[in-house]
Design a protein around this ligand. Structure first.
Ligand code: ATP
Ligand code: MG
Length: 390
């Protein structure tokens, strides 16, 4: 048995879990050995997370013992991307008359649920993030979780006091949780969009903006207009949903958001994934052709795309040439300084190299600046300046 994260997992436990999942015991044993099924740590070590998609169990799914069985919080399913709006939307949603269009907000994905009496915030990968958990407990109307212990809230944590995806574009002072989905525990079954909105309104939760239900026939054009508007303020894009949440949703994003992703990716060019970079460039190609842009607009797009790639590259290469280190500055705001310490340990465990500065009081909370060191891009750039070959 694996001696690492999974510690001692008794044969009894494996048998019980195998029974619950409908897998044979050898398979469960194998999942543990490969760490595809792994324990969270310390006070959350009763929580297991799937680190890989296994037989239609989403990656990031977590489960734990409850009574004489288990309870499951399903991972958030990946949303497929439309590369062109027409005919993709009509084809994907062909049996519907209308689609629900919502803003896709740019932050990080969080699930919040009542886990054996505690309200926990779980990341996409199935970790319990101490910072997000504190924020959820401070910001959310916790009565919801008493009233509906069987439901899981899915939302985007958005705003500048954000250690993963800080954004100023929403006019949020610190950080807020915007709900975009409610699902049942165990089955992962989502609520229809209107039911979800009604329920969230009742409890006073923030929700992602709704552009309403749009007839399928006119959806591609109407969404193109929405995207152009959102792009003006660098907002990311939309998620297009079946109002009954039976068909899987699609996403589509603005050029400005693609470029903003590219600026970040090329600043830390040796950390960023190549697929991530390439796909954002290819999207620009499809968008300009689908929107039938004239030479003036095309040239604007070329300049924006080129600058999004070369400006951050030039900055990074210069910084290292001048003997400085590259890092990304983020910040968090906590009620209890202990949360910052827990978060620091948490990032360390995840292998993130981060320097936490001294907490500064702000109102009745504390602000902590964090420098995330991008070792790989630093080292690569330095080596090139020392004459090494690519
Ligand atoms: P990739 O970028 O490689 O496609 P990803 O799964 O991280 O991977 P995103 O492009 O970030 O995908 O899009 C999906 C994410 O969008 C969801 O995980 C969710 O956090 C976020 N999101 C923001 N607003 C919404 C919304 N209204 N409905 C659904 N998801 C939303
Ligand atoms: Mg995202």
């Amino acid at each position: 048995m694996n001696k690492g994260e999974n510690g001692e997992i008794s044969p009894d436990f494996v048998a019980q879990l195998a029974g619950f999942l409908g897998f044979d015991e050898g398979r469960v044993q194998h999942l543990f050995e490969k760490n595809y099924l792994a324990r969270n740590w310390e006070k959350h070590d009763y929580l297991f997370r799937f680190d890989k998609e296994v037989s239609r169990i989403e990656r990031g799914t977590v489960l734990y013992e409850k009574g004489d069985t288990f309870e499951v919080i399903m991972g958030f399913p990946k949303i497929r991307r439309a590369m062109v709006l027409d005919p993709t939307i009509k084809k994907h949603f062909s049996r519907l008359e209308k689609v629900a269009v919502e803003e896709k907000m740019n932050g990080y994905n969080v699930r919040v649920a009542n886990v054996k009496g505690n309200i926990l915030a779980i990341t996409r990968s199935g970790y319990v993030c101490p910072y997000t958990t504190e924020r959820a407990n401070v910001k959310l109307n916790l009565k919801f979780f008493d009233d509906f212990p069987e439901l899981v809230l899915y939302g985007e944590m958005v705003g500048p006091d954000n250690p993963y995806v800080p954004k100023e574009i929403y006019g949020i002072e610190s950080v807020e949780f915007y709900i975009f989905d409610i699902r049942e525990k165990n089955t992962g079954k989502p609520l229809p969009t209107s039911k979800r909105r009604e329920m969230m309104e009742k409890y006073g939760f923030l929700q992602v903006r709704a552009f309403g239900e749009i007839p399928l026939e006119t959806a591609p054009e109407e969404i193109a207009d929405i995207i152009r508007e959102l792009g003006k303020t660098e907002h990311e894009g939309v998620v297009i949903k079946d109002p009954d949440m039976v068909l899987p949703p699609l996403k589509y994003t603005s050029s400005q958001s693609n470029c903003s992703d590219l600026r970040h990716a090329f600043r830390f060019y040796n950390e960023a994934g190549r697929d991530y970079m390439l796909s954002r460039i290819v999207r620009e190609g499809f968008q300009t052709v689908e929107w039938d842009e004239d030479e003036t607009d095309f040239e604007k797009r070329c300049i924006q795309l080129g600058e999004s790639i070369l400006n951050p590259l030039r900055d990074s290469i210069r910084i290292v040439k001048n003997g400085q280190r590259l890092y990304e500055e983020v910040r968090i705001r906590v009620k209890d300084p202990k949360t910052a310490t827990e978060f620091e340990n948490y990032l360390k465990r995840l292998g993130v190299d981060a320097i936490f500065e001294t907490p500064q009081p702000i109102g009745n909370e504390y602000m902590i600046n964090i420098k995330k060191v991008n070792k790989s891009t630093n080292d690569k750039t330095q080596a090139i300046w020392e004459g090494e070959l690519w």
